[in-house]
Design a protein around this ligand. Structure first.
Ligand SMILES: Nc1nc2c(ncn2[C@@H]2O[C@H](COP(=O)(O)OP(=O)(O)OP(=O)(O)O)[C@@H](O)[C@H]2O)c(=O)[nH]1
Ligand SMILES: [Mg+2]
Length: 299
């Protein structure tokens, strides 16, 4: 039996969470077209079976996109991603474009990676959007750097080549214990996933800075027969943002609530009664206490 941990790292929006969901065959991490969607490290457990027997267990760690932070939340997110480097057996560095050269965000990450011994795989994602020449350029540049054990292209969105990536990861793992039961996919509590689904809909329905300043707290969560009643507070950073989130005649918030409820019902397999309230917590992304209370920091 082989096992180990594999971190999925890279700049915001390159498709890290999409890749993890595709590997697991289930959505446990939210994904949007907006950068800085993921705020916590999220573990997804992938157990490979052969003849009905588990033969390899990889614990993938989806991480927040590494970026130049503009507030304390951003610093924490980037730090949480970088902290995984020393805790894993393999690092998957995801990019979605050719190398942009010195001083770029990817260059910053490359310089960090050079300082750790952990085996590294460079994954060029979104090959469906890339002209063959652009892919070749990216491939050749990254291979020539001599930092990576392997370089390969995938399309996380439709799963193209993800099987080859899984083989490359497994090849770098050693004999080890089963860390989790073979049928377990995530250790994230349902409550957490529910709060993330609500945040995903806020990101999808709102623009600019407004959704980035939101945090979702589950106030109450009651499971009865066939019905889960959930009350959630949506925090935002300004009074004016509160008005935008609620929208004219409450329409925006209703849309967010309905989209979230449908997805939560599918996740839980019960009917869901979802109540949402919006509150203002000024500049919470620069408050250590608020960041910790919202669950974005362990200590
Ligand atoms: N065309 C295409 N789009 C993709 C692919 N993989 C992901 N995307 C899209 O890229 C966007 C970002 O995906 P995410 O998985 O949220 O990216 P992320 O790296 O987790 O982003 P952060 O959490 O913000 O760091 C979404 O709109 C995805 O649908 C792909 O293989 N092809
Ligand atoms: Mg993500």
């Amino acid at each position: 039996m082989k096992s180990g941990f594999a971190a999925i790292i890279g700049r915001p929006n390159v498709g890290k969470s999409t890749l993890m969901n595709t590997i697991l065959g289930e959505k446990i991490a939210i994904t949007t077209d907006k950068p800085q969607t993921t705020r916590n490290t999220i573990r997804g457990i992938y157990t490979r079976f052969d003849d009905g027997e588990p033969v390899c267990q990889t614990v993938f760690i989806d991480t927040p996109g590494i970026h130049k932070p503009h507030n304390k939340l951003g610093s924490y997110m980037t730090q949480a991603a970088v902290n995984t480097f020393g805790e894993v057996e393999v690092i998957l560095f995801l990019v979605d474009s050719p190398y942009e050269g010195e001083g770029s965000g990817d260059d910053f990450i490359l310089n960090l990676l050079k300082t750790v011994d952990t085996p590294k795989i460079l994954v060029i994602n979104k090959i469906d959007t890339m002209a063959p020449e652009a892919f070749k350029e990216a491939f050749d540049t990254y291979e020539a750097m001599g930092i990576f054990d392997s370089v390969l292209g995938v399309c996380a969105a439709d799963g193209t080549n993800v099987d080859r990536l899984l083989e490359a990861v497994e090849a770098r793992l050693e004999e080890g214990p089963m860390y989790f039961p073979p049928d377990m996919i995530t250790e994230s509590p349902e409550r957490f996933i529910v709060s993330e689904i609500i945040r995903e809909k806020l990101l999808l329905y709102l623009d600019d800075e407004v959704p980035h300043g939101t945090a979702v707290e589950i106030e109450s969560y009651r499971e009865e027969e066939g019905l889960t009643s959930i009350s959630a507070v949506i925090y935002c950073e300004r009074q004016s943002h509160k008005g935008i989130i609620i929208g004219k005649d409450g329409r925006k918030l209703k849309g967010v609530g309905k989209a979230a409820r449908l997805e939560i019902e599918a996740l839980l397999g019960t009917k869901v009664f979802l109540q949402t309230h919006v509150k203002v917590k000024e500049r919470w992304r620069d408050s250590d206490v608020a960041i910790k209370n919202f669950g974005y920091k362990e200590s």
